[in-house]
Design a protein around this ligand. Sequence first.
Ligand code: NAG
Ligand code: NAG
Ligand code: NAG
Ligand code: NAG
Ligand code: NAG
Ligand code: NAG
Ligand code: NAG
Length: 791
Amino acid sequence: MAFSSKTHTSFAFSILFLFYLCTSTFAATDTISRIQPLSGNTTAISKDGNFELGFFSPGNNGNFYVGIWFRTISIRTVIWVANRDAPVSSASSPELKISEDGNLVLSNSLGASKWSSNSTRYLSSSTIAILHDNGNLILRDQDNSHNVFWQSFDHPTDTVLSGQWFGMNKITGEYQNRVSWKDQEDPSPGPFSFHADQITLSQYVSLWNRSKVYWRSGNWTGKAFTSIPGMPVKSEYRYDLINNTSELKFRWTTMDVSKITRIILSINGQLQRHTWSHDSEQWIQEWSLPAAMCDVYSVCGPFGVCKTGFRPVSSRRWDHGAWSQGCERETNILCADSNKPTDRKQDDAFLKITSIKISRNPILVKVQSMEECRSICLNNCTCTAYALINYCNVWNGELRDLKELSNGNTDGFDVYVRLAATDPLIQDHEKPARHARRIMLLVVPSSVFMVLCAIAVIYQIFQRMTSTQKASTSDVSLIVYDYSILRHCTNNFSHKLGQGSFGSVFRGLLPGSKPIAVKKLQGMRQGEKQFQTEVRALGRIHHTNLVHLVGFCLRGAERLLVYDFMVNGSLDSHLFGDMNILDWNTRFQVILGVAKGLNYLHDECLECIIHCDIKPENVLLDADFSPKVADFGLAKLMDRNYSRALTTMRGTIGYLAPEWIGGLPITPKADVYSYGMMLFEIISGRRNTELMENGSASYFPVWAAMKISKGGICEILDHRLHDANFQELERACKVACSCIQDNEAHRPTMQQIVQILQGNQDVDLAPVPLFLQGLVEGEYSSSSIHNITAE
Ligand SMILES: *[C@@H]1O[C@H](CO)[C@@H](O)[C@H](O)[C@H]1NC(C)=O
Ligand SMILES: *[C@@H]1O[C@H](CO)[C@@H](O)[C@H](O)[C@H]1NC(C)=O
Ligand SMILES: *[C@@H]1O[C@H](CO)[C@@H](O)[C@H](O)[C@H]1NC(C)=O
Ligand SMILES: *[C@@H]1O[C@H](CO)[C@@H](O)[C@H](O)[C@H]1NC(C)=O
Ligand SMILES: *[C@@H]1O[C@H](CO)[C@@H](O)[C@H](O)[C@H]1NC(C)=O
Ligand SMILES: *[C@@H]1O[C@H](CO)[C@@H](O)[C@H](O)[C@H]1NC(C)=O
Ligand SMILES: *[C@@H]1O[C@H](CO)[C@@H](O)[C@H](O)[C@H]1NC(C)=O
């Protein structure tokens, strides 16, 4: 390619010039030299054609970058970018060239340098840059290939390839750093980076904001990094690590040279290995670390659930899957408005976001109620959100790593996020209520009789809504349904899910394919009473372990309640039936979930709610087998100023606490008793009371309690289960025994039960209760047990 100095004739010059044009534009070259820069559509191609170097514009938005990409595959995949944070505005005039001092330089159309290889090593006047077939761009002496001044492999962007060393120089402290792209169209440095841990020198780490480590490779065992699963067994790759006094570096090499593969730090902070599939013409992801995207710190940025009250900071980025910039408020909170007098905290409201996995590091405050928790947050402008999970969890400043869980996942909680009360969203949330008001007015003239009751109910709901409107703008969102809509949704009440003394339950599908269960209450008086209780009890509360009342419908004397549909039906069908028995793990989750739901009812709502009818039939299971306590028709709402309530006996035999049978007033401990009874059934997979052929009843809990007191815990376990976590089983058994104590004072509270089940609190083994022993010994005959009927 060099000009011969002897050619002086214009003819010869023209020929050579043409030759030069041809080689630079059409014939592939792998070299950039002083006389052969790169610009416009020209590219350099490695000798065997594996890689290509040139200008590209990932967003087709006029921003051009110099990069290297795979040449033999159909999707342009860039493995290295030179000027990642200094794009040039067109590809035609800027040049990538060898500068006077021998560095590789990108200059824009005005000749200003936008990027330089910045090598300070001794550069010769005859420097060339060569693109190699392994994807490495090497700047070296033209005549001495060992005299390398700079190479792109030493300055990775987000990708490493087979054979590429990656590490650090222990003497100078210089280290290689892989930094994610901002998004798929923007190669500038994103928030995630990956490099050798310069402090311990023992592993590699992934960081957010160059500071927060969220993933570690684990130590090198000599063959593999301990936290990279499956690394040593893969024989398609060879791994080398050098760790001497001058450097630490690591590389992987594919054994099969035809395999096209790369490891990238993705825009969402995961290290991922992608291998090209020639058959399907696409990249196949082999693994990613951390495996779950949500384990990447701040992957969704501040306020990262961009759906309510918040919009993505950059919707373009968000749409391209780079979420780390997060979201911002659509309406500024008034608290933070420095132009206003300071005391405008009360003008903010909270929006409930359900089923959220809690983000990191809330401040925990011990509180008595939801209200107290809310007011702590409301009264501190730096507080952005709260949630009540045993303690009051308060977040200050930006909320990060909220994860919205799929419907029904029990790990989720309700988080209340601070918004301006004037935020359109808060206003929107009040709409169902206004809508309901309108419907109510339409109903009134049509049927005067029953509607008086209905008005009372609805009036109560609205009373609460208005009186606590600021306090719980989003707490109440019961929808009043039109009868014709429900009839349509349930296909004219054709798909019956179940039938009980209360009425029947039908399956339906709301517009938008939301599955629901519609309960039609039966019997004028009884139905009305259950309806009122249920709406009062469930209308204002929300908990992952309580069934969610979506709305209701009044039509003449008919009362309908609309719930979220629970795919897996009720617990009893999974315990006592022959099919689909639940494994121990699921059973324990059910045990814990129900306890949490009841704890919420007893201790965390405005009024204390005693469910009064805990039994497997009233525990529903969603798609993930997360339990939801259902059927509040018999519930007793108790003002917190009273500690016990006198109530007519209700509920179901076999689950009724002795004080109740004895006609004494009840407390939430009555639910604890029923819960304990249910525990025996969940553990053993058999009914507590089994009628013998001769008409007498065998009482399982007494036998079980005796077994447990003698250490025979495993004997009471459902014999169909092949294994169980012994510690969990032991805790569940101890809880069951203490729940069925005769004296309610000896029974634990639901809150204690949750603690015990979670292993945070110890409990002694309770004695076998006398009441039950009496039952067995015939003090109460079996027939008298069965004469106790539900109201
Ligand atoms: C580059 O190629 C495209 C199409 O192949 C052509 O439209 C464009 O004019 C070329 N640009 C330059 C600077 O040659
Ligand atoms: C090269 O050095 C200059 C001056 O020190 C600096 O501004 C520039 O960011 C460096 N470029 C690269 C690619 O490191
Ligand atoms: C490298 O050697 C240093 C010093 O011997 C040691 O502390 C470190 O753990 C080693 N790193 C790896 C990755 O083996
Ligand atoms: C990111 O790091 C910079 C510098 O270390 C720091 O100033 C900044 O506050 C950090 N950003 C966040 C959101 O933590
Ligand atoms: C990894 O190595 C470091 C330093 O050699 C040591 O302090 C640390 O305990 C090791 N970590 C594990 C998980 O073995
Ligand atoms: C460390 O290993 C590298 C690569 O094998 C080698 O070039 C270098 O000389 C070694 N340094 C020391 C101090 O042994
Ligand atoms: C608000 O909360 C922050 C963080 O917990 C705390 O430092 C500050 O003192 C609180 N301000 C008030 C007025 O309570």
